[in-house]
Design a protein around this ligand. Sequence first.
Ligand code: B12
Length: 235
Amino acid sequence: MNPAVESGIVVPRRGSPGYRAQVKVVSPLDELWEGIEAFDEDTADRALVGLLWDVPLDEALTRVVVPFLAQLGTRWEDGSLSVAHEHFASNLLRRRLSALAHRHEALPAPDGQRRPRVLLACPPGERHDLMLLCFSLMLSEAGWRTLFLGADTPVTALVSAARAVDADAVVLAATRATALTAHSTSVARLSDDHPVFIAGRGADEEVARVVGARLLPSDLVTALDLLSPRTAARL
Ligand code: B12
């Protein structure tokens, strides 16, 4: 006889409604949201590691990070998460993405060969740099040497850094078109010496024309194809 029945404890059968009510199955994604809602860093971080580690980088970014950020925005808009939650989640993600960077760095180039150099930055006033950071990780894994300047980079600093490292490409990302067009003269001048790419919801063909840059597709994997080291030689 089943010892649980013998002892008088009624154990619901697996799959029955009673079983489902007693056994709460928590996926890492549920755990991540629960951790964020409760400002519980340990829980959220553990869940994030479970979702991002030991998964190919492009999958981790396109299947976890991008939908997560999109949902964070939706939940902030519908009021189910506060601005504090948004900051908490963004910072948690940034830390984990930075740690992930070291796991996905390409091997050093064989002797005598130079890895192409790419500089990534957001223009002045633009703080949304997480997608750019994701793209930087993918470029690094694909063989580029990345120089990530991140959010709110002054244009003069950007121009001098591009010159200092002799950048083979410069990627600028912004959520508002004006963050890019406000600096059209400087960006156009920069693009005389370095191929400049723009991305993010503030970038479109018209903005690209105005600032003399090329538009990257919004999908990270497709954008990466455009910037493979093979194509770098032809940029
Ligand atoms: C996280 C977040 C923040 C974080 C940023 C953290 C960080 N370091 O990145 C913090 C808390 C700092 C923040 C601040 C603000 N934010 Co905010 N934020 C967001 C949120 C939730 C996610 C942003 C994100 O990374 N999205 C990335 C993906 C998921 O979405 P996407 O932007 O549409 O990008 C797609 C493509 O364009 C492409 N893409 C984007 N970037 C890149 C880069 C490359 C290289 C490539 C190839 C592709 C690519 O990938 C995506 C998928 O296709 C969005 C909501 C949302 N749905 O996006 C709001 C959002 C971007 N924020 C918004 C606003 C208004 C603000 C604030 C002004 C709020 C305030 N009043 O303080 C401030 C200040 C911003 C500033 N000065 O820049 C608005 C922007 C509206 C607009 N277009 O102007 C949004 C859309 C929210 C909303 N619905 O109103 N924010």
